[in-house]
Design a protein around this ligand. Structure first.
Ligand SMILES: [Zn+2]
Length: 343
């Protein structure tokens, strides 16, 4: 045994370890060389039976081999993966197994509604207008013909930040800003978030979405308004639905109307959602009040316009039969993931 060169054994074994591609083969090399009956182990044992003067050199040489191998095995094992885990080779890979789908995100159901509203009204010739969420009382109330003593100005309804500054309670300020910035014709929608001091319950939230529309031009009539809304209902709900307009009151429109559609849940038969009437209100609308037109520098003798405002939260709930508005704001993925591609 003394004639076997320790350096040659080490060199060959290191090359073999380096070429190993899995932990099983690596373990086999370790057993063959360093195991209880391994080749290097045998050389180390044989040192004691050598002539006395040869023992120190041989012992040092084979110990160096063992140390080198242990280091190389450890490094290779770390490179190949954790101990005990087998690294799959191409032979282990079953290409016929079904793949695992990574979780896929989707737009929030409210965003799907807003996208759809924008898409429908864009195709009807409206463009999208935006404005600040923090408004002055002038834009939020005064310019909209809402008198000083009107109950919506009460601080029980609005979040005031300063005497003249509040979180907008409606999207109408955007209409005023748009009309101030351009001459008629104006044809815009303004979707966005509004704030009111309501308690969170099944049908109220202190913040919610609104989308308002405005069309001002020469000769805009109530007939134009009704025609546009009929087309909107047909496209949004995907079918012809019964519609009825009821007289109402808003400070910024005259006349003012509310639009009911036949209940989408019971098809007009009567249910809890429509309170057994067969009808549900979906929006308020009317012809823009002459005071509002005058306030932005338009001449109500020359131009006229209509405006409408709807609640995307409410129509989302009606369309998907969602009984509680809080579902829309709790961000529970088990709830939200139901609306994949719902728009
Ligand atoms: Zn109903």
């Amino acid at each position: 045994m003394a004639q076997v060169e320790p350096d040659r054994v080490l060199t060959e074994a290191l090359a073999e370890i380096e070429a190993t591609s899995d932990l099983t083969s690596l373990e086999a090399i370790r057993v063959r060389l360093l195991g209880r009956k391994g080749e290097v182990t045998a050389h180390l044992r044989a040192v004691s039976s050598l002539p006395k003067d040869e023992r120190p050199a041989a012992g040092q040489a084979w110990n160096r081999v063992r140390g080198g191998l242990e280091g190389a095995l450890e490094a290779r094992e770390a490179a190949l993966g954790s101990p005990g885990a087998d690294t799959p080779s191409d032979d282990d890979f079953d290409f016929s197994l079904p793949g695992r789908r990574p979780p896929e995100g989707l737009p929030h159901v409210l965003m799907q509604t807003l996208d759809r509203l924008v898409e429908i009204f864009r195709s009807l010739g409206f463009s999208v207008a935006d404005g600040p969420e923090v408004e002055t009382t002038h834009y939020n109330f005064t310019a909209l013909n809402i008198p000083e003593d009107h109950p919506t100005r009460d601080d029980h309804d609005s979040f005031f930040l300063a005497p003249d500054l509040l979180l907008r309670t409606q999207m109408s300020p955007v209409q005023i800003r748009t009309m101030e910035a351009q001459e008629p014709p104006v044809r815009v929608i303004s979707p966005g978030r509004v704030y009111r001091r309501d308690h969170f319950d099944a049908s109220h939230s202190p913040f919610f979405f609104q989308m308002e529309g405005l069309y001002v031009d020469t000769d805009v009539t109530l007939g134009d308004l009704k025609g546009t809304l009929r087309e909107f209902v047909r496209r949004f709900f995907g079918k012809e639905l019964g519609m009825r307009f009821r007289g109402s009151y808003f400070p910024f429109t005259e006349p003012s109307l509310e639009l009911d559609i036949s209940c989408t849940v019971c098809e007009g038969q009567g249910c809890a959602v429509c309170k057994q009437t067969g009808w549900v209100e979906i929006l308020g609308c009317g012809m823009v009040h002459p005071n509002v037109l005058r306030g932005v520098g338009y001449d109500p003798e020359v131009v006229s316009g209509y405006a409408f405002g709807m609640g995307p939260d409410r129509i989302t709930m009606l369309r998907h039969r969602i009984p509680d508005i809080r579902h829309l704001y709790e961000n529970d993925l088990r709830f939200l993931s139901q609306f994949r591609g719902a728009s």
